[in-house]
Each structure stands twice: as structure tokens, then as C-alpha cells.
Design a protein around this ligand. Structure first.
Ligand code: PLP
Length: 475
């Protein structure tokens, strides 16, 4: 496909602006030397360009997108409409707070709601993504120990089933990572006890974990960490299974991040914008990124909290994402939020139970919002891998699941249908998964060649990773 610059033709225009009769003298040092190079296109050329571009990709609006751990749920269009209200989209972060009371109320109200859902006391919307929220939460933990002059706490415990961003965030924050082995997919208390000491800053956990399993010993786990003087951080990217049912605050966690761009329906993929909102218990509240929104005499204002870890992003985070999350929560209500999680769990179990006679499930138990298949036996018997199955699913018009993650399962396929899929879609998907299984075992289709119906077939992923061409004109 051509780039928009290559489609450009001199003097093609989409807009006719009235003649401008205002002149303004700028100091010559601010003026550019060459003319600004912008593509010139007519309206229909622009529309065709972006329509073509949108057809090159696949989204939740196209079809089933079971990318495990990513919670690719449908994003209601109502959220977009509300986020585009002038009072939200046409304001400036440096505007006098008197003129943006409504926007500050959105921040305050969303904070109250996510604190209620998570069982926490305070929150911040500054972090721009999940990993950024992990990093910010760890900064709170670090500050907490430093303020108590407990400087030797330099280690963070992370189970081997964790999302890759967890150890990366801990390392970015200057901690040493202690990995503990899980036992049948969940945290082993015995392994945990072995690494506890007065050098532990805390633990990072996601519950349900990346295998889609609920940590049944969670209360004992957080107690063990607390007794050793550490804090417990909850990776809340997977909150979709437990909203309105179980609260991290009551599981014993001290702080967490949420991916508003997963559980709370704001769009994601393609690089953002996102929101890795963080929540914490009151003992960490004073360290939250600054400024915080407070209310006095019925007026909202920003406060530069003195003991803050500082800023982690410009202004107050990706505000439009917060508006979408609040719209989502208000339109669902208490019961709707609980129902969302119930249906997310039901949908995952429905698919799992209708394919597990053919495919091996990594841990064959009731799952939460997602489950992991282990295609080791499948590969041995057919010669086709989890990658081949994923690519074949593209031919049937569905997005591949997450592959080769979590790392503790070989030939892993991680399926997360979310609550937004109907029973019709789930039945169709089950049919497709069963069909692909039949194709592989009968060898009637060479899955190594899939996808066969798309514009592009197998990509050279190794060259793409080793020698990426990131800029137009590079070879
Ligand atoms: C998605 C995810 C993250 C990271 O979120 P980003 O917004 O991609 O940075 C962290 N942990 C888990 C379990 C996740 O699923």
C-alpha cells in the first residue's frame, strides 16, 4: 500500500479555508527555513487512504479476538461519544481549575469507583500503560521502605508464571528479581518461604494468574510476605474475572495497577493511548504521583503532595481513557460489573469444556477468564505446532490466541474470549478449533503453510525482529 505522502498531488485539497487577513510578525529565529512538507490530498483520497489502511488490520470490531491476558473486549461506542464531548476533549491541562470542575470530578469519581472495585483507598491515573503502572507501584513500595530507613530491602519476588513486564518493571526500579517456581500452576507456599528474608521489598502477583487460575492460598501468601516486612503488589491487568466478586484489597494487597484499556473497555492495540491506573492502601497514599485531585468546599483542586514519588507522566495521564472507563462503569452499574466478570469466566469455561476432549489443557481445572492449552502432545503426534494452529485460525477469520506464554507451558495457546462474545460466536469458534484439529490429524491441510487466504502469508518473523525496518526509506 502507498504511503499518504506517495499519494500526494500538488494542490489537491480537502478543505477550503476563508482567506486569512490576520498577519503576525514572528522573530525569524522561530521560522523554518524550508516549506513544511505536508501531503496534499482531496477529501475522497484521504477517506480512501484511511479506509484502505483500516482494512489491512484486524480489530475487535472485525471479529473474535481471543488474545489471552490482553482482554480484547468490545469497546462500546457510547464511551467514544462521551469522550468526545467538548467539555472533555477541548480543554487544556493548564486551564484554571475553576473552568474544568467537571473534568476533575471525572477523575475523582473514577477514583472512587476503582477503589470500591479493588478494595483500595486511593488512586492515580498518571501511568500511561500497565507496565508503567507496575513501575509506579514499585516506586511507592521503594519509597515506603526508604522512608522507614529500611534500605536493605532490594529484592522483589515474582512467580515464574508472571507476565514478562513484572520482572522488567522491577529491574527498571532497581530491584533484584527472585523468581519462584509455581506448583501445578499456582504459587507454592514452600517455594515462597524459602526466599523470604529481611531483604524482601515485596511480591508481585496476578490473581487469577496468567494460567487463568485463582490463587487459592492468596491470604496466606500475602500474610507470609507481610510478616517478612514486605509489601504485596497486585498486577490487576486480569481483573476481568473478579470484578464485583473478589477484591485485591481484601486479599491482602497494598497496591496494584489496573489496565483501564483492558478490563474497563477502553480501546487498545496499536500502541495506545492506554491507562495503567494505580490504586493503593492509605499507608502509601502520600507517595502517589503528583499532583492529586482534592476537594474542598465543593470545589476540586490540584494538590502538589509533598512526599510524592514525583511525576511519571506529563499532566494527569491519558484523561480521555479515564472518561471512557467511567462511562463504561456508569453504564454497567454495580450488577452489570459483576455480571461482566461472571460472563467472562463462563465464556472461557464454555470454550475450554467443548474442546478439551481434543486439545490438552495445561491445568485441567475450572478456569477464570482464560485458559491455556498445551499442544506438546499435538505437536508430537501431528508435526504441527501451536504457531501453525494460530496461523490456521487466521484463515477462518479469527485472531490467533496468545502463543508461547506463559513460559512455563510449552506449545502454549492462551485463550481469553471475554464476556462480549455471544454463545453463537463461541459455538462457531469451538467448531473452528475442532476443525483445525481434524485437519492436523488427518493431514488434509498443510498447516505449515497457513494462513493461505490472506493478502500476506507467513511473515519472516526472525528478520523482522533481528533487522527491523522502522523508517520509511530505509532498506
Ligand atoms: C497486559 C498486561 C500487562 C502490561 O500492560 P501494558 O499496558 O501492555 O503495559 C501486565 N500484566 C499482565 C498480566 C497483562 O496482561
Amino acid at each position: 500500500m502507498k504511503l499518504i505522502y506517495e499519494t500526494s498531488t500538488k494542490d489537491h485539497k480537502a478543505l477550503k479555508l476563508p482567506k486569512c487577513n490576520i498577519s503576525y510578525e514572528l522573530d525569524s529565529k522561530y521560522l523554518r527555513n524550508e516549506k513544511l512538507e505536508l501531503p496534499e490530498l482531496s477529501e475522497v483520497e484521504i477517506v480512501r487512504h484511511y479506509t484502505a489502511l483500516s482494512k489491512e488490520t484486524y480489530s475487535v470490531d472485525d471479529g473474535f479476538y481471543p488474545l489471552g491476558s490482553c482482554t480484547m473486549k468490545y469497546n462500546p461506542k457510547l464511551n467514544e461519544e462521551v469522550a468526545s464531548f467538548e467539555g472533555f476533549s477541548d480543554i487544556h491541562p493548564l486551564q484554571d481549575t475553576k473552568t474544568v470542575q467537571g473534568a476533575l470530578k471525572v477523575l475523582d469519581l473514577t477514583k472512587k469507583y476503582i477503589c470500591t472495585i479493588t478494595g483500595m483507598d486511593d488512586a492515580s491515573f498518571q501511568p500511561a500503560a500497565g507496565a508503567h503502572g507496575e513501575f509506579t507501584s514499585l516506586m511507592l513500595i521503594k519509597k515506603y521502605h526508604d522512608e522507614r530507613k529500611d534500605y536493605k530491602r532490594k529484592k522483589i519476588i515474582i512467580p515464574d508464571s508472571a507476565h514478562g513486564t513484572n520482572p522488567a518493571s522491577a529491574a527498571m526500579c532497581g530491584f533484584d528479581v527472585l523468581t519462584i517456581k509455581s506448583d501445578n500452576g499456582i504459587v507454592s507456599k514452600e517455594e515462597l518461604k524459602k526466599v523470604l528474608s529481611d531483604e524482601i521489598a515485596g511480591i508481585m502477583l496476578t490473581n487469577p494468574n496468567t494460567l487463568g487460575l485463582y490463587e487459592k492460598d492468596i491470604l496466606e501468601i500475602t500474610k507470609l510476605v507481610h510478616d517478612a516486612g514486605g509489601l504485596a503488589y497486585y498486577d490487576g491487568a486480569n481483573l476481568n474475572a473478579i470484578m464485583g466478586i473478589s477484591r485485591p484489597g481484601e486479599m491482602g494487597f497494598d497496591c496494584l495497577h489496573l489496565n483501564l484499556h483492558k478490563t474497563f473497555s477502553t480501546p487498545h492495540g496499536g500502541g495506545g493511548p492506554g491507562s495503567g491506573a494505580i490504586c493503593c492502601k492509605s499507608k502509601l497514599s502520600k507517595y502517589l504521583p503528583k499532583p492529586v485531585v482534592l476537594k474542598k468546599d465543593d470545589k476540586y483542586y490540584f494538590e502538589e503532595n509533598k512526599e510524592s514519588i514525583g511525576k511519571v507522566k506529563d499532566f494527569y495521564g491519558n484523561f480521555g481513557i479515564v472518561v471512557r472507563a467511567l462511562t463504561y462503569m456508569l453504564s454497567l452499574g454495580n450488577d452489570g460489573i459483576k455480571k461482566t466478570s461472571e460472563n467472562a469466566v463462563l465464556n472461557a469455561n464454555y470454550i475450554m469444556n467443548n474442546i478439551k476432549d481434543l486439545y490438552d489443557v495445561a491445568i485441567d481445572e475450572v478456569c477464570m477468564h482464560e485458559f491455556v492449552l498445551d499442544l506438546t502432545r499435538f505437536k508430537k503426534e501431528t508435526g504441527f505446532s501451536a504457531l501453525d494452529v494460530s496461523k490456521r485460525l487466521i484463515d477462518y477469520g479469527i485472531h490467533p490466541p496468545t502463543m508461547y506464554f506463559p513460559l512455563i507451558v510449552h506449545e502454549a495457546l492462551m485463550i481469553e474470549p471475554t464476556e462480549t462474545e455471544s454463545k453463537n460466536t463461541l459455538d462457531e469458534v469451538i467448531g473452528i478449533l475442532r476443525k483445525v484439529h481434524e485437519e492436523a490429524y488427518s493431514n488434509s491441510v498443510d498447516l505449515h503453510k497457513a494462513p493461505m487466504t490472506t493478502k500476506y502469508g507467513r511473515m519472516d518473523e526472525i528478520t523482522a525482529a533481528r533487522n527491523p525496518i522502522l523508517k520509511y526509506g530505509d532498506k
